[in-house]
Write a protein that binds this ligand. Structure first.
Ligand SMILES: [Zn+2]
Length: 340
């Protein structure tokens, strides 16, 4: 028999699910701003795992993944406990925005503080009540505005525990991404809690493939940690480990016609996209200068020179290496980044 666990001052008995809404801060009107979460405490001892979604308020696929997990996870059958937080950034979700209403990025606000901004207080509450004390975390994201990502896990691949968990998750790609200061993953890692960042699909919509791959992945990780007994079988292929990626940008403006899709492997010289002028009299083609995988793409139909079109990763391996990792963790808008 396992023991009761305490989250945000509330004791949750073994074999019980409790839904809590601890206060993070207050709105202008003085309403409580909360962090709604479900604590599922198993009837037997085991690992403690957290699942967070919508740290960026416009990234909705994780909300759907959490909803399915909450239907599937039965506290009577669990060993250990699972804490599910479907909307970390509730205020961002309400206004369909990546950011808090004051434009702060919650995923650059960790470890946060008790007397800081709204973002700092939410970060601190999540860190103290959920992340610290957990054994493993899964943080669910999507691509930024006007982009989509093929389902992928982002971790520091030099961390063996993270790499093993990422392989168990079974998304088709694992991208080596160094820890970014202020991120949930960095704050957790510095406290000894490995976190897998799942990136799949685009913002402000539900993407069935991204959701399905995410649900299956989280269940596989829970089974790998011996928290549950049943999970989908291992993914058909071992994930491709990718160490280097970059955005390819438009050279000409016009109507964009992509010749490849996310997840595709491309060969050197293969046509990637063409741009055609509105009158149709001028068309230019862009070909791949090197082989690789398309791990993200714009969803906009029109482009201007310099605009990011495809996120390409160099062919990887199925083993970790000491290569320089990419700095694409939980990407911001690459067009904005370029101008900084
Ligand atoms: Zn995100």
């Amino acid at each position: 028999m396992s023991e009761a666990i305490t989250v945000a001052g509330v004791s949750v008995e073994p074999g019980v699910r409790r839904d809590l809404a601890p206060t993070a801060s207050e709105s202008f009107a003085g309403d409580r701003t909360t962090l709604p979460l479900a604590v599922i405490n198993g009837s037997e001892d085991g690992a403690r795992v957290f699942v967070t979604a919508a740290v960026h308020g416009d990234e909705l696929n994780g909300i759907a993944i959490c909803r399915q997990l909450l239907e599937l996870l039965d506290p009577a059958e669990l060993r250990g406990s699972v804490i599910v937080i479907p909307m970390v950034n509730v205020l961002g979700v309400q206004i369909g925005s990546r950011y808090l209403p004051d434009r702060r990025d919650l995923n650059r606000s960790f470890p946060g503080s008790h007397n800081g901004s709204m973002a700092a207080r939410i970060a601190r509450l999540l860190l103290e009540e959920v992340i610290i004390g957990s054994d493993v975390g899964l943080d669910l994201h999507t691509a930024a505005n006007h982009r989509t990502n093929v389902p992928q896990i982002r971790i520091d691949t030099s961390d063996e525990t993270s790499l093993n968990l990422a392989t168990t998750f079974g998304a088709p790609f694992v991208l080596d991404a160094k820890l970014r200061p202020g991120s949930l993953r960095e704050a957790a890692a510095s406290r000894g809690v490995p976190v897998l960042t799942y990136e799949a699909g685009g913002p402000l919509r539900f993407d069935d493939e991204a959701i399905d791959t995410g649900v299956r992945g989280v269940l596989r990780v829970l089974r790998g940690l011996d928290v549950i007994d049943d999970a989908p079988p291992p993914a058909h292929d071992a994930p491709m480990i990718l160490h280097e990626s970059r955005w390819l940008r438009a050279e000409r403006g016009g109507i964009l016609e992509l010749q490849v899709a996310t997840g595709d492997r491309v060969e050197t010289g293969q046509p990637l996209w063409s741009t055609v002028s509105p009158l149709g009299e001028e068309r230019s083609w862009v070909e791949a200068e090197e082989e690789g995988y398309v791990i993200g793409a714009t969803t906009l139909p029109l482009v201007q020179p310099g605009q990011a079109v495809l996120h390409m990763a160099l062919p990887g391996d199925r083993l970790p290496s000491e290569d320089d990792p990419t700095d694409e963790e939980d990407e911001e808008d690459p067009d904005i980044l370029q101008d900084r």
